[in-house]
Design a protein around this ligand. Structure first.
Ligand code: ADP
Ligand code: MG
Length: 695
């Protein structure tokens, strides 16, 4: 067997390859672009393109594609071959700097939220040299950003890069005040833990709902669910273990640092976590990971479900966004230091995050909002739709002491003076116990736990970076003008703790009492996508995002429309699939079973004088459920046609929330009850027990 150290990154055009394949001058110039964002010369681009092509062809690649992340949430690609005709009738393999740097996919079918009229439908893709090119399935993939011809962002990468820039700009101002003049750049890093389900491919094929929507729209609970909690970290079954090993291998070849794998809480649920990376690369890698997860599953006769709630009654899947900020000199700004000044700096960044999360709760909430994730947030398994921060008791006590000018630690004689006194050391373990918090401090990073398993991590990080950049901007404005830095710093932190402590909550986030408490504290509780998405256009949000150059106002409005449109379309597909399954599969099956049961009643009565108590009761119950199912299907059909009559997207979303989703619930209930009464042989698709315990 080949050694991991040998094949890791073998399909990636990384530093190693660049160094070997490029002249020193070209390499240095490209490095400057990667590290500092300096513009790339066309002669350098040509040299890089030629080297990339030679390397890719050597590895068997025939095509290249610009790889981008339009607002659909999945990645897009259009493959071109390297071939170019040679005079003697043969072909040569060619790839120019121009082709590397810029692409022009026919973009008219990607959502733009009205940003592009169809007559100027073309957008262009621009190479992101900070994310390495790689080979997959015989094609050279070039990570790119996607813009309209007038420069508006049509994807998730452009604003993500802009948000990292904004945070870097403001954090540099702050660090300067701590005497750190030579920081060139500050980057955020993310380690996204990815949850997923595996089901058997043959069973999957028999379920229209899984095929069309990625989740089960019907299905009664099996006798056993996750109540035994025997799956979490349980031993991994051989078939799953083989899948995971194969997956690791494929990801490692692509230079993705897949690190941890284990079973999750629900049966058939698993998790994969990579080692953290710079955010835009982490985002690319996470998209790629999701793709590879699905592809490798096929090879094993499995299907990988990335939907947030594939099954009712057992946990859904999320993605934990472990996020930190670090300087190019390797200093983690969210790591408590050892000296008074390091501690003061840490507390300032900590306070900036606290303020950001409080001021922009709505932006964080809506950054993770999708039809799928609405099934998770606020249900019993995932953090609620209310955003709060978990700091742990020790850190909370320190902030408390600062806020109230009281001694920290009970017996201490003196009050703590920031920038002068040493903070008590707090151990990392005590910060990592609360698993119910949507936004938890875990020693040297924050873990944002509200993301859905199928979400791109980009949106969450765009809003998070932007909000923190805004806190830092305000802090820098104050501190740059202070006469006495240390006392201004102390006051600033104190004031901000006072102003934003309502967002800190160290208790059980799953407790209903917390929701009541949160309401008293004035925290927002935006339950659905329809509730939260329009908030992106609130004045305060638009002003903040525009002022940091992350979005233009037009881009923000278009994004709201695209996200709401996704929500409406997704639920509409689910509703139509339900009607299909009810009318063409479930009702006929129950009806046939009822008829056969009725026939057996007559048969039995012919033989002996029996009351046929079981059959009679069953027939009457099933007949009632049949009618209920049929009526509910009618109602849902009516809702589907009514939706078509609504023009305004925000109203469509409200209709989906208020009418369509409740109508879907109403249809599911009698059908699921009927399932528990109908013979297995008659049921038209595999039941939950098979799906959940079948691998
Ligand atoms: P848990 O399941 O306890 O939350 P894991 O070890 O599974 O923890 O995942 C933690 C994730 O956080 C990993 O992806 C890890 O690489 C990432 N991580 C660790 N340190 C940092 C950091 N400084 N910044 C961002 N992510 C980090
Ligand atoms: Mg975690």
């Amino acid at each position: 067997m080949e050694k991991v150290t040998e094949y890791f990154g073998s399909m990636v055009f990384d530093e190693r390859v660049m160094k070997a394949a490029l002249s020193e001058k070209v390499y240095k110039s490209l490095k400057r672009t990667i590290d500092r964002g300096t513009p790339l010369d066309i002669s350098v681009a040509n040299a890089v393109a030629a080297a990339m092509k030679d390397w890719a062809v050597e590895k068997g690649a025939t095509h290249y594609t610009h790889w981008f992340q339009p607002m659909t949430g999945v990645t897009a690609e259009k493959h071109d071959s390297f071939i170019s005709p040679a005079p003697d009738g043969r072909v040569i393999m060619e790839f120019s700097g121009k082709e590397l740097v810029k692409g022009e996919p026919d973009a008219s079918s990607f959502p733009s939220g009205g940003l592009r009229a169809t007559f100027e439908a073309r957008g262009y893709t621009a190479w992101d040299p900070t994310s390495y090119a790689f080979i997959k399935d015989g094609t050279l993939y070039i990570p790119t950003a996607f813009c309209s011809y007038t420069g508006e962002a049509l994807d998730k990468k452009v604003p993500l890069l802009r948000s990292m820039e904004a945070l870097s700009r403001q954090a540099k101002r702050v660090l300067k005040l701590f005497g750190k003049e030579n920081i060139k750049s500050i980057k955020t890093s993310v380690g996204p833990e990815q949850e997923y389900f595996l089901v058997d491919r043959e069973l999957w094929k028999q379920r229209k709902d899984l095929i069309m929507t990625g989740r089960t729209l019907f299905g009664a609970m099996p006798p056993k669910g996750q109540e035994m909690e025997d799956h979490y970290f349980g031993s991994i079954k051989p078939r799953v273990a083989e899948y995971m090993a194969d997956l690791d291998r494929e990801l490692w070849k692509l230079g993705i640092l897949a690190k941890t794998k284990h079973n999750e809480v629900a049966p058939a649920q698993h998790e994969l976590a990579p080692i953290y990376k710079t955010t835009n690369i982490a985002a690319d890698h996470n998209q790629l990971t999701m793709e590879v997860m699905k592809k490798v599953a096929e090879r094993h006769g499995l299907v990988c479900l990335l939907h947030e709630k594939p099954f009712d009654g057992v946990n859904g899947s999320g993605k934990h966004n472990n996020w930190s900020i670090a300087t190019d000199t390797g200093e983690n700004l969210l790591s408590p230091g050892e000296t008074p000044s390091e501690n003061a700096q840490f507390l300032l960044f900590l306070t900036a995050v606290i303020k950001a999360v409080d001021d922009y709760q709505d932006l964080l909430r809506l950054s993770v909002a999708t039809a799928g994730n609405d099934h998770r947030l606020g249900a019993n398994e995932a953090p609620p739709a209310v955003i709060s921060i978990f700091l742990g008791d020790e850190l909370a006590a320190i902030l408390d002491a600062i806020e109230n000018d009281t001694p920290y630690g009970g017996t201490a004689k003196e009050k703590m003076k920031l920038g002068v006194d040493v903070l008590p050391q707090f151990s990392k373990d005590t910060t990592d116990r609360n698993r119910t918090s949507p936004f938890a401090f875990t020693g040297n990073k924050f873990e944002f736990r509200m993301l859905g398993s199928s979400n791109s991590i980009s949106c969450a990080n765009i809003h998070l970076n932007a909000a923190v950049a805004e806190s830092l901007r305000q802090f820098a404005d104050v501190l740059e003008n202070a006469d006495d830095f240390n006392s201004a710093l102390h006051d600033l932190i104190k004031e901000n703790i006072k102003a934003h402590k309502r967002i800190i909550f160290n208790g059980n986030g799953y407790d209903d009492k917390w929701i009541e408490e949160a309401e008293r504290r004035g925290l927002s509780n935006l339950k659905t996508t329809a509730d939260c998405m329009p908030r992106i256009c609130d004045r305060k949000n638009v002003d903040m995002l525009v002022s940091h150059g992350i979005f233009t106002e037009t881009e923000i409005f278009s994004r709201r429309d695209i996200m709401l449109d996704n929500y409406v379309k997704q639920v509409n597909i689910e509703a139509s699939t339900m009607v299909y399954m009810a009318r063409r599969q479930i009702l006929p099956a129950i009806s046939k079973f009822t008829a056969d049961t009725a026939a057996s009643v007559s048969a039995k009565k012919n033989i002996c004088d029996t009351a046929c108590g079981y059959e009679t009761k069953l027939i009457s119950e099933l007949s009632k459920l049949t009618d209920e199912t049929d009526n509910a299907a009618d109602e849902l059909e009516t809702a589907i046609s009514k939706l078509k009559e609504i023009d305004v997207i925000t109203e469509q979303a409200e209709f989906v929330r208020d009418v369509m989703l409740p109508a879907m619930d109403k249809l599911r209930k009698p059908a699921d009850t009927a399932e528990t009464l109908t013979s297995e042989e008659y049921w038209p698709f595999p039941a939950y027990d098979k799906l959940l315990f079948g691998v």
